[in-house]
Design a protein around this ligand. Structure first.
Ligand SMILES: [Zn+2]
Length: 366
């Protein structure tokens, strides 16, 4: 569930001051990975809450808050591409498995149902859409024409607003030009310049800021990211991008540990077993891990320098002591070549097997 982020406090205060005379459409923009969608959804919850706190926070207790938490408030509409919805569903599923909440599970189930019924309807399975489809905007229009469920406000949160083709955007524009009563549109984008100018001109633009490094680091630590500094530099100060990357890394940690086991003791039998285990791991990740490992082995051999895996210093030093530089450099070059074609190896197990057998040959003594 979204909450107010510390770096959005000023924008929030502005909203609280104008709560009763908000425009019917707002466009939130700012750097990617800084939590803008969460802000818009939180604002939507607040607008629908029956007993908001003095600071404008949704109470979390009233019927409206409960409906939204359960994912079935009829006047709280989320318009986003199917691919985004699916990603949210799987994230929510994980969250609810951890916290035993029910809202996420419901979202995930709905997303799953959507995929299943489409699979039945369509002859060929297509990838989930990365765009907001015109049917979604038409459905929104239909729902808004029916009038609100509770006779009160209605909120449509639409993101990313740049994920609309010109027809879809024009369908939305019609609604923004003749807004249904008591309806608030909250649009979110990283790239307002990619929206139709006519859409932008119908919205009040609200810039949502990026946190200071200090704020972002504190927030990331509170989310359980142990060493957020490097990530924050890598992702240009966008805390949600760092959080996503840290989670992905934690998910792949067992695979990486299995790989490092073989890299530490090159052996044909162990390579075959590890390839079996790593067959489903993203091939690009596997190549990247081996590339960095080789970089460290060669770096240690040539200059006693370890860049990527200082925690493996003892192992790398042992391997580096007896490696054949020319053979290892040749192997590193094949990794670069593999990295170019890595997108979808036909057979993941064979792909990793080849990588590891090549490593065994490169690391042979003498
Ligand atoms: Zn409430």
């Amino acid at each position: 569930m979204d909450s107010l982020l510390p770096w959005h406090a000023a924008a929030w205060q502005e909203f609280v001051d104008q709560r009763e005379r908000l425009p019917h459409a707002m466009l939130f923009h700012g750097q990617a990975g800084t939590g803008k969608v969460g802000f818009a959804r939180y604002l939507g919850r607040s607008l629908l809450c029956q007993t908001p706190a003095p600071a404008g926070f949704p109470c979390g207790q009233c019927a409206s808050c409960a409906w939204i938490a359960a994912g079935n408030h009829p006047d709280f509409m989320l318009i986003r591409p199917e691919a985004v919805q699916l990603a949210e569903g799987s994230a929510a599923e994980e969250e609810s498995a951890e916290s035993a909440g029910s809202g996420g599970a419901r979202d995930a189930r709905e997303a799953g149902d959507a995929v299943a019924s489409e699979g039945e309807g369509a002859r060929t399975r297509r990838a989930p859409s990365k765009e907001i489809r015109i049917e979604q905007i038409r459905a929104l229009g239909g729902a808004l024409n029916l009038g609100s469920h509770a006779g009160g406000r209605r909120v449509a949160v639409l993101y990313p607003a740049d994920a609309m083709n010109v027809y879809t955007a024009n369908a939305l524009l019609k609604m923004l030009e003749e807004p249904p009563p008591r309806t608030v549109f909250l649009l979110v984008t990283d790239a307002p310049d990619r929206l139709l100018p006519t859409i932008v001109s119908r919205c009040r633009r609200v810039a949502l800021g990026t946190p200071s490094a200090e704020t972002a680091l504190a927030w990331l630590r509170a989310q359980g990211v142990l060493h957020p500094e490097a990530g924050l530099a890598e992702y240009g100060g966008a805390p949600f991008a760092v959080l996503r990357a840290a989670k992905a890394e934690a998910d792949t940690e067992p695979a990486r540990a299995a790989l490092f086991g073989v890299l530490a003791k090159p052996d044909v039998g162990a390579s075959l077993a590890a390839a079996e285990r790593l067959a489903k791991t993203d091939a690009g990740l596997v190549v990247g891990w081996i590339q960095r490992w080789m970089h460290d082995c060669l770096g240690y051999n040539l200059a006693r320098r370890i860049r990527y895996y200082p925690s493996q210093t003892d192992t790398i030093a042992r391997l580096a002591a007896s490696l054949d530089v020319m053979r290892c450099m040749a192997y590193s070059r094949t990794l670069v070549a593999e990295n170019r074609v890595v997108d979808h190896p036909l057979n993941g197990r064979l792909f990793v097997e080849n990588l590891l057998l090549g490593y065994c040959r490169a690391m042979q003594r003498g």
